[in-house]
Design a protein around this ligand. Structure first.
Ligand code: DX5
Ligand code: ZN
Length: 230
């Protein structure tokens, strides 16, 4: 069984109580904090930046923070996120003029680096830079908003990405982002993903007894993953 990681996207959290929300989701069994950065330029929405990442670290969050950059240009903001405590920094190849250089910049700052592929973006560039990639993130929705439906074609793309990763012989995570729910996480894992972003499915699942507890949905994810035929 692969070492599956569950990464709730704080895009769907209550931003007025962000530190508490992150504490609660980690206490409920999440592994990684997925941090969506949007600039109202590369994507049509505007969210959070390095100050908020730094605030979560100062609040006491020690889990990995997975910074998903949906910004253009990319390079200027990377050192700021590294200084703010990012663990992973991923970016969209369309948003960088020099993809190889951006990957080097991220690793040079001591973070794990990754490429994010939109639903219609082919994986072509991956093979040319795979020696500088620690994580591959496939978008299963068009980036910009939480709460969209999973695009089924992404399952084929996951299988293709998994083959490329296996052929490289490198220890590279394969992350999926968008529309992940309890009822599809198993087939997503079977297609090759080992890290699962879920925003609305996690933060929308308030427990009947305690609105700040997310353990039932995270346990349901793990139960489905345990059934995956891998
Ligand atoms: C979309 C973001 C996602 C988003 C996922 O651009 O990258 O991380 O929060 O939300 P759900 O899980 O609701 O599809
Ligand atoms: Zn994301």
């Amino acid at each position: 069984m692969p070492d599956f990681k569950i990464a709730p996207s704080i895009l769907s959290a209550d931003f007025a109580r962000l530190g508490e929300e992150v504490d609660n989701v980690l206490k409920s069994g999440a592994d990684v904090v997925h941090f969506d950065v949007m600039d109202n330029h590369y994507v049509p929405n505007l969210t959070i930046g390095p100050l908020v990442c730094d605030a979560l670290r100062k609040h006491g969050v020690t889990a990995d923070i997975d910074v998903h950059l949906m910004v253009k240009p990319v390079d200027r903001i990377i050192p700021d996120f590294a200084a703010a405590g990012a663990s992973y920094i991923t970016f969209h190849p369309e948003a960088s003029e020099h993809i190889d250089r951006t990957l080097q910049l991220i690793q040079g700052e001591g973070c794990k680096s990754g490429l994010v592929f939109n639903p219609a973006t082919p994986l072509d560039v991956l093979k040319h830079v795979i020696d500088k990639v620690d994580i591959v993130l496939l978008m299963s929705v068009n980036p910009g908003f939480g709460g969209q439906s999973f695009i089924p074609e992404t399952l084929n793309k996951l299988r293709e990405a998994r083959k490329i990763i296996e052929a490289s012989g490198r220890d590279i995570r394969l992350e999926i982002d968008g529309g992940v729910k309890v009822d599809n996480i198993r087939e997503i894992a079977e297609a090759g993903a080992d890290m699962f972003v879920a925003g609305s499915a996690v933060f929308g699942a308030k427990s009947a007894t305690d609105a700040n507890t997310y353990d039932s949905v995270i346990a349901a994810f793990r139960a489905e993953l345990a059934k995956a035929a891998i």
